[in-house]
Design a protein around this ligand. Sequence first.
Ligand code: CTP
Ligand code: CA
Length: 227
Amino acid sequence: VIAFFQKKTLTGKKVLITAGPTFEAIDPVRGITNHSSGKMGFAIARAAVEAGAQVHLIAGPCDLTTPLEATGKITRSNVRSAKEMHAATLNGSDCDIFFAVAAVADWGIAKPAQEKIKRQDKSAPSIEFIANPDILLDVAKTVKMKAGKPHPYCVGFAAESSDLEKHVQEKRKRKGIPMVVGNIGPETFGSDLNQLLVIDETGSKKIAKAQKLQLARQLIALVAKKI
Ligand code: CTP
Ligand code: CA
């Protein structure tokens, strides 16, 4: 059921969201992933549709159904690796707002084996990693000023284990984007609850612990004022 009381602050706007983990294959049956459940990204997708936006959701492997699909206001691409997520995102990066919520693997496997690596008669393999593309950074490089405002408006996420504000400030500068949203991991992974620290050019603002959908609605209200 659409929350009909939500303000339609994003009518006519296109929103692109990455969500969930990525999966980096080692061989056809093994791989490396992380604890992201996709819930925060999917909650933002729902909140954006509620606010009237046309949403494209690019999801890493996660077991969540597409929110509010019956509205016809949301499309979804399923991807696996960071490279696939990068390609799908840069392809669809013509949008008004980009939320990079996915927990993207920073490193992929340099040469994934084409056949299952067998244990027998072999010592433990050593795995060579290779840096993955930074999806958010590459979208940020495409930003142009439109009527004095950055287009698309890019929102990054950061899950940190300590020194949240410092790391989030540093990420905002390093990625050259107007807003980064921080949360302290890993306890938020998989949970329906979260709390956020939103950092933009005006400083930092805490959004108190609540259901991810409630947080997502508050975040959408904040971002809608920026564009
Ligand atoms: N991100 C991305 N592509 C990557 C890595 C990160 O798009 N290859 C995005 C995430 O979706 C998130 C933001 O960048 O919005 C910050 O991710 P994070 O992992 O916190 O930042 P990193 O720059 O990778 O720094 P580190 O992992 O070293 O803390
Ligand atoms: Ca990272």
